[in-house]
Write a new protein. Structure first.
Ligand code: ADP
Length: 384
């Protein structure tokens, strides 16, 4: 590969109906531009090609056109890398085919990611394009953490195992937490709680992920905005046999109409907080179910890691909801965890500690930056 002279990376996150983009300059670690093209296929933006054209136009209007020699690479977020992709990967025709072969594992996400890749490659065929996978950071899970206890032949035939997601966020936040503590990532054990609309926990030992709460798909684990997280799998048979629901209906129920939304009719923690303030017992129960699950994972990952140096909260809920942070870690002094109420109440866009001085485990709020992480990984690859 020819080493490119530029220092800018365009990060593309192509969803089914939207494209999010950021242009980052790796020389100074600065964000030059960012934007979102929505409602693809519904109105003026006919398809992903039109959406990317719009991205190109928006950048050109700011003097940051895609034809700039400053552009070193395009970094694409790809949700599912299966067992094959454990590192950021330079995109070739063969790589695109391999990502296509993973569509059955991520039917909602990979197709849109692939479309974004294809359109971007047409736009700048000469430019290195790098796929950064949401699953990659979790590829280090020991086999006993990645395996489900089901028949091995059946599991292997269908690729059924725990892959984990939000990997770029867990990677970034675990590293940034070590930085906040003034330590090298190899020296610290961190529990990362990524609480956005989707939510996942991970146990990171010395910079290496050893367990994570999402599994074959992003449905497993924590209670989320609209996803159930962990349930007895027999619930599905029951709803099918007794409730008469189809597979697609149950899929829709557990992914889109469950979690906080299913419990109380709202999936936004701000609205739930407001309702709780008015004494709404349904909203309170949804909050309590959410927090109870979170505590269970903190306990489980404390046992998995043996020694925990830090617990880091990130993403929309983790960064903003002092109430969730306080409730999730309340009464865990026996585990060496104590949140300081005053520090926890401070609102700030910076990484910060919220633990009490006497807390053995540091508790941190660490804003995630998945785009910067994707750009860094893509840039490192094209510079190598
Ligand atoms: P996504 O998974 O879509 O990237 P985000 O990480 O942006 O999600 O998180 C979105 C969620 O963050 C919202 O649904 C909302 O519940 C929560 N959130 C955002 N701001 C606040 C706030 N000030 N207080 C509590 N929750 C918040």
């Amino acid at each position: 590969m020819n080493r490119t002279p530029g220092t800018r990376v365009l990060v593309l996150n192509s969803g089914s109906s939207s494209v999010k983009y950021q242009l980052l300059d790796m020389a100074g670690g600065t964000r030059l531009a960012s934007g979102l093209v929505e409602r693809i296929g519904d109105g003026p933006v006919a398809d992903h090609a039109a959406a990317l054209k719009q991205v190109a136009d928006e950048l050109a209007a700011q003097g940051l056109g895609l034809d700039s020699p400053e552009l070193a690479a395009v970094g694409h977020r790809v949700v599912h890398g299966g067992i094959r992709f454990t590192e950021p990967t330079l995109i070739t025709d063969e790589v695109v085919t391999a990502i296509e072969e993973l569509v059955p594992l991520a039917p909602l996400h990979n197709p849109a990611n692939i479309t974004g890749i294809k359109v971007a490659r047409e736009l700048r065929p000469d430019l290195p394009q790098v796929a950064v996978f949401d699953t990659a950071f979790h590829s280090t899970l020991p086999e006993y953490a990645a395996r489900y206890a089901i028949d091995t032949a059946t599991a292997d035939e269908h690729g059924v195992r725990r892959y984990g997601f939000h990997g770029t966020s867990h990677a970034y936040v675990s590293r940034a937490t070590a930085e906040l503590l003034g330590k090298d990532p190899s020296e610290v054990n961190v529990i990362v709680l990524h609480l956005g609309n989707g939510a996942s926990a991970s146990a990171v030992r010395g910079g290496t992920c050893v367990d994570t709460s999402m599994g074959l798909t992003p449905l497993e684990g924590l209670v989320m905005g609209t996803r159930s997280g962990d349930i007895d799998p027999a619930v599905i048979f029951h709803l099918s046999r007794v409730g008469g629901l189809s597979t697609d209906e149950i899929d829709d129920l557990l992914n889109k109409r469950s979690g906080l939304l299913g419990l109380c009719g709202d999936n936004d923690m701000r609205e739930i907080g407001r309702r709780m303030g008015e004494g709404d017992v349904t909203a309170q129960l949804a909050f309590d179910v959410y927090v109870h699950r979170l505590r269970k994972y903190v306990g489980a990952y404390t046992a998995v890691l043996g020694r925990v140096d830090a617990i880091a909260f990130t993403a929309g809920v983790g960064e903003n909801s002092a109430a969730v942070r306080e409730a999730a870690l309340r009464g865990l002094t026996a585990l060496g965890v104590e949140v300081d109420a005053v520090r926890n109440a401070v609102r700030s866009p910076s990484a910060r500690l919220i633990s009490a001085a006497e807390s053995r485990v540091a508790v941190a709020v660490v804003p995630t930056d998945e785009e910067m992480e994707i750009a860094s990984q893509a840039y490192a690859l094209v510079q190598a």
